[in-house]
Every structure is written in structure tokens, then in C-alpha cells.
Ligand binder design. Structure first.
Ligand SMILES: Cc1cc2nc3c(=O)[nH]c(=O)nc-3n(C[C@H](O)[C@H](O)[C@H](O)COP(=O)(O)O)c2cc1C
Ligand code: SF4
Ligand code: SF4
Length: 269
């Protein structure tokens, strides 16, 4: 099938989703026409593009077995007229539960034909020096699988004449989806005296939740616990306080250390 352009649309606070989507695109051997990084609030507030005879790689991390709600909201307002999508989720080596199904269903409700889908593994957002969960993933082997997935996609496209040739795509997950976890504001980040005021954490935060005027402290009511600011801080001055989230990080590091591998799914024909 002759696809006009390849587009990437992703939400990726700690960039593992972005890395995998970029590698899939490389494997496809097609130049990427547009990149819509919806991680930042300002971008999510803009009018989304409408896709015609295009292929869209859509990516998001898994948050508590579902899509992050800000990402889900944006994906649900995309519009497609004859476009194809490849939904991809990244998860922190625990489980992706209903997130991939949610992204696939959302894409289809927007009018996309879903050609394939993937669940890949990224270093867990809560992974840090005290509790390590899926460190440095996606690694070389993950990236090779993402590249090969892209290559396979390029081959599949050649064997399809029109979106109508694509059959149903089945991915793991349950509908109705598991109930979204809503946690109240949490004061879980401490800014230590190593903070040199560089300001790197400000643009790293997808929720504009960092208060520059208050020694770069978090405004808990805006925070989505993505930990992007902790990972971006050059001197390591942002750390997880002892408490609920650090307890989860400990539990995950103890129970989710067995390596999980990427999974890919293809539509029937
Ligand atoms: C609030 C929150 C909830 C998460 N829930 C899950 C989960 O249910 N299962 C899992 O394996 N990883 C979970 N993760 C880890 C992320 O899915 C994983 O680290 C992913 O690679 C992050 O993607 P990004 O680098 O594109 O931001 C969660 C992370 C956060 C911040
Ligand atoms: S302040 Fe909260 S939302 Fe912002 S980057 Fe840090 S953890 Fe993520
Ligand atoms: S990135 Fe770290 S060192 Fe820089 S301002 Fe933010 S907390 Fe301070």
C-alpha cells in the first residue's frame, strides 16, 4: 500500500516510548514527516492533526495498567480518513494490562485501521539508585526488536492494497478496562542542597508542576508522578522521599526483576 507519510505521535516523559517509536520508524526505512510529542501540556492544548493517506506510530507509557489519562484524552481526539496506525505501549517490566487494548481501541474509534501493535519494556519511571527496575531498557536487544518490527511493517505495507484489506487486530487486555487508579496529590520529591538552579527540570516536567520560585519544589496537585524531573536533574538533586511511592519502587524492584520481552501483534487479513 502506498503510504504518503509516516508520522509519530507520542507521550513520553522519560523518553523510552520515544526511543522505541524512533527505532520502529528507522526499521521502516521511511522518512518521518512529522513528530507530535504530546508530553508537554502546551502541545496537548493545540488542535491535533487530521491524518489522510498516512501511517501513524502512536506511543504511550503504561500507567497503572492503563494509558496516562492526558495521553488518552489527546489520542481520542485525533481524526483519520483512510490512515493506518500502529499503537505501541512501553511498560516498566511489571505488566501492561489493558493499556495496549485501550490505545488500539482509541485509534480505531478515531477512524484508523490498525495494522499491528507492540508492547515494549522501558526502565521503570520509579527506578532510581535505591531501587532499580528494568534498568537501561530499552537496551540493544529491545531496539533491535523494534527495528525488526519496523522492517516487518514495511514488508506488510507492500502486500496491502487498501486499509479495507486489513483484518481485525487482537491484542491482550480486557474491556471494560480495569478501573483507572486515581491517587491524590503526593509530596514525594525532595530537592536537596545539591540543586544549583540550572532549571533543567522545568521543561522536563509534562505538567508544569515545578515551582521555580520555591526552590524547584513540586506543586503536588499538578504532578502525575512521571519522575521525568528526577531523571533529568544533572546533579541528581531531586530524589524520592521515603513514603508511599518509594515503597512501590521497592516492591517493584523485588517482584519485577525477571526480564520481560517485547511482544508484537499483527492484524489478520
Ligand atoms: C504513574 C505510573 C504508573 C506506572 N504503571 C506501570 C504499570 O502499571 N506497569 C508497568 O510495567 N510499568 C508502569 N509504569 C512504568 C512506565 O510504564 C515505564 O517506565 C515506561 O517505560 C515509561 O515511559 P516513558 O519513558 O515514555 O515515559 C508506571 C509509571 C508511572 C509514572
Ligand atoms: S514534578 Fe511530577 S509531573 Fe513534573 S516531572 Fe516531576 S514527577 Fe513528573
Ligand atoms: S534540574 Fe535539578 S539542579 Fe537543576 S534546577 Fe532542577 S532540581 Fe535544581
Amino acid at each position: 500500500m502506498n503510504i504518503q507519510q509516516l508520522h509519530l505521535v507520542y507521550f513520553s516523559p522519560t523518553r523510552t516510548t520515544r526511543r522505541i517509536l524512533e527505532e520502529i520508524a528507522k526499521g521502516m526505512g521511511q522518512k518521518t514527516a512529522t513528530v507530535t510529542d504530546i508530553t508537554r501540556l502546551e502541545v496537548r492544548e493545540q488542535k491535533p492533526p487530521v491524518f489522510g493517506n498516512d501511517l501513524v506510530l502512536m506511543g504511550a507509557p503504561v500507567y497503572s495498567g492503563r494509558l496516562p489519562k492526558d495521553a488518552a484524552r489527546y489520542f481520542s481526539i485525533l481524526r483519520a480518513h483512510g490512515a493506518l496506525a500502529i499503537p505501541v505501549v512501553l511498560y516498566g517490566n511489571r505488566a501492561y494490562e489493558d493499556a495496549l487494548l485501550e490505545l488500539k481501541n482509541t485509534a480505531e474509534a478515531c477512524g484508523f485501521a490498525t495494522l499491528a501493535a507492540g508492547a515494549f519494556i522501558g526502565e521503570h519511571s520509579f527506578s532510581g539508585k535505591d531501587y532499580i527496575i528494568a534498568p537501561n531498557r530499552p537496551d540493544k536487544a529491545d531496539l533491535a526488536k523494534a527495528f525488526a518490527f519496523g522492517q516487518k511493517m514495511a514488508g506488510l505495507l507492500e502486500s496491502i492494497q487498501a486499509p479495507g484489506d486489513i483484518g481485525p487486530l487482537a491484542v491482550p487486555g480486557q474491556f471494560p478496562y480495569k478501573e483507572a487508579v486515581t491517587r491524590g496529590p503526593m509530596d514525594f520529591i525532595q530537592v536537596t542542597e545539591d540543586c544549583d538552579g540550572c532549571g533543567v527540570c522545568l521543561p522536563a516536567c509534562p505538567a508544569n508542576a515545578i515551582d521555580e520560585a520555591n526552590r524547584y519544589a513540586v506543586r503536588p496537585e499538578r504532578c502525575m508522578y512521571c519522575c521525568a524531573c528526577i531523571k533529568a536533574c544533572p546533579p541528581g538533586a531531586r530524589i524520592m522521599k521515603e513514603g508511599f511511592l518509594k515503597g512501590i519502587a521497592k516492591m517493584l524492584s523485588e517482584n519485577c526483576s525477571a526480564r520481560k520481552e517485547p511482544e508484537t501483534f499483527f492484524a489478520g487479513r
